[in-house]
Design a protein around this ligand. Structure first.
Ligand code: MG
Length: 166
């Protein structure tokens, strides 16, 4: 036994701008839509929020420190790479993800049909059963930047627990 806490919780939040000429990728799933998220990587705001929740739980800074947007390695990068790396860092610290809960804030398109696919991708990256992934989507009732369709935001909470392995 060590002196680290048995459990750690972290939160993550991310926003990307919606622009024409980019694919819309959320939760590791490409969603057919007239616009996509702008960013250095694939700009998957949902995976970024979950990755930041894991880094937050570990007290390991944020996704921007681990994967700087000035680094050409991460241009157009599949954000599942970031999520898997956060899981690897957690494991190196003696933790595994216990469960994740996340919410997508988007006025359009409809997210519900894509939620099962997103959960599947996230569960694979986290090496967790799908039943340990909470994922919801809400509009902002036409208010603010999300409501005007200028961008998509995501928030997430991750609970980590010490793994049994030393
Ligand atoms: Mg981001």
């Amino acid at each position: 036994m060590n002196n680290e806490p048995r459990m750690r919780v972290g939160t993550g939040f991310d926003v990307h701008q919606l622009v024409v000429g980019r694919p819309l990728v959320l939760g590791g799933v490409e969603i057919p839509y007239e616009k996509g998220l702008e960013g250095h990587s694939d700009a998957d705001a949902l995976l970024h929020a979950i990755t930041d929740a894991i880094f937050g739980a570990l007290g390991e800074g944020d996704i921007g420190e681990h994967f700087p947007n000035t680094d050409e390695r991460w241009r157009g990068c599949d954000s599942l790479v970031f999520l898997r790396e956060a899981v690897r860092i957690a494991a190196a610290r003696g933790y595994r993800v216990a469960n994740v809960d996340a919410t997508i804030l988007a006025e359009a398109p409809r997210m519900l049909p894509h939620v099962p696919g997103m959960k599947q991708r996230i569960s694979e990256a986290l090496q967790l059963p799908v039943s340990c992934i909470g994922l919801k989507a809400t509009t902002m009732e036409k208010m603010g930047f999300v409501g005007r369709g200028e961008g998509i935001a995501a928030m997430a909470v991750a609970l980590l627990e010490q793994s049994d392995k030393p």
